[in-house]
Design a protein around this ligand. Structure first.
Ligand SMILES: [Zn+2]
Length: 127
């Protein structure tokens, strides 16, 4: 996956979920990823966008007032309502580690703070 996260580095992104979320987007089959911000001529406040493109010419984007939220929203758009390639259940993205209440509804892709990655709910089942 071609990834352009240089801009996010300049903005001082130090939330470990950012890098993990970009890796997660790569696992959805995206061929490229881009993060950017609104043009300075547009004035304040600055808005951020995250974009993923796929070999099929499909692309998806999400925006927010900060780069981490933009990437997490993009993960939500890409993953919610999909089908887990491993267990066949409906996929649900949870930005944080708390999956209470949703883990019964499908295969939850959630933040694992110990491993600093997003893991699928069925991953433990296949070990
Ligand atoms: Zn699964």
């Amino acid at each position: 996956m071609v990834s352009d996260v240089a801009g996010a580095g300049k903005s001082g992104v130090n939330d470990p979920r950012f890098t993990a979320a970009v890796a997660m987007i790569g696992r959805t089959g995206a061929s490229s990823f881009r993060i950017g911000w609104s043009h300075e001529d547009d004035g304040e406040p600055t808005a951020w966008y995250a974009l993923a493109a796929y070999p099929s010419d499909r692309a998806e984007a999400a925006g927010a007032m900060d780069p981490v939220t933009a990437v997490l929203r993009l993960c939500e758009r890409l993953i919610d309502g999909g089908v887990c390639q491993h267990c066949g259940r409906r996929t649900i993205f949870v930005a944080d580690a708390d999956t209470r209440g949703v883990d019964r509804l499908g295969c939850v892709y959630a933040w694992d703070p110990e491993l600093a990655t997003y893991r699928r709910g069925c991953e433990g089942d296949t070990r």
